[in-house]
Design a protein around this ligand. Sequence first.
Ligand SMILES: *Cc1c(COP(=O)(O)O)cnc(C)c1O
Length: 396
Amino acid sequence: MFDNDWQNYSVETQGVRAGQHRTPENEHSDAIFPTSSYVFSSAQEAYERFSGKTAGNIYSRFTNPTVSAFEKRLAVMEGAERAMATSSGMAAINVICLGLLKAGDHVICSRSVFGNTALMFKNIMQKFAIETSFVDLDDLNAWRSAVKANTRFFFLETPSNPLGTVADIKLLADLAHENEALLIVDNVYCTPALQKPLSLGADLVVHSATKYIDGQGRCVGGAVVGDHALIEEKIYPILRTAGHTMSPFNAWVFHKGLETLSLRMEKHCSNALAIAHWLEQQPAVEKVYYTGLKSHPQHELARQQQTGFGGIVSFEVKGGKENAWKVIDETKMISITANLGDVKSMITHPSTTTHGRLTEEERAKAGITDSLVRLGVGLENIEDIKTDLNRGLASL
Ligand SMILES: *Cc1c(COP(=O)(O)O)cnc(C)c1O
């Protein structure tokens, strides 16, 4: 079947079927190709490959069949022409920066992005004379007034982590395009199972495959997804030379992870919604942040953009840091870790971990209080998750 045909299937089917590279052995599960280089039948063939006269594998920093299979499947699921796998989510963001920016350029980035993403722009890109303005994710006027003649792209995550603020992707894509800039969306929180930013006007999607795409906490990887020409001409040449490449072993794990992605996301969402409703009723809980709740100010926008609300629920515990830590420490099953996107439920205190390096003022601006607890809701039985949270909550 031609790859293009997969566009006519639903995302669940695409995840299971698209991008399989079957060898003459007729294996049912995908083969894995752990090879660093490839053999040519003659000096003439080697010459033709190297000079680009004929297509084909040369070296696994450039192309690898297992990596390509993962790329094809992810591209189809995002509704894109091309996906390019990278060694991590941060490598995906870095290769985009190196591919699209030069000294003297300007970027606008949401204030509510993954901590290392902010550092990439603030510390690393700044060394190369690339300036970044940070704005509030849901403040369209702030994005508008931050635009400069040299703005190359907007960068955001939606919904944001940990508070679940939602950006209007369509409006921001229009604003970026009116100013000859691109919109880049980090789709880690939703994955293509729940949200397709490219169909709403975004130009590129970024993934940390480490999270829900793997889904079982085994490998680190990432991807850049979008327009074929943009990736092929501006971004892939950087990966080819600078080596942001994904390993074939990891690509195989992610490729298999995509097969169960829709199913897992459905359960992450239903467990998260049930926990959010339950938390709202607990006397020791001050406030719950989850876009799936009707009480969330952007519930309607989330419903329009997403087919589900994701697996992250944050809540404020009455009594500040002491009680927030108590809820965390009283758990017996839930893992105390700052990761997300795993079958195992995870709990963390953002203000002293993921957001601990921000100044107090920056944390206040981002709405990260000392009472806040973030929960990455896993796939355990919902009653067991409630019981575990209730050990601390009921004692307050
Ligand atoms: C984890 C994460 C990243 C970075 O991905 P790595 O694979 O850890 O490099 C980027 N964005 C978001 C939203 C993430 O959660």
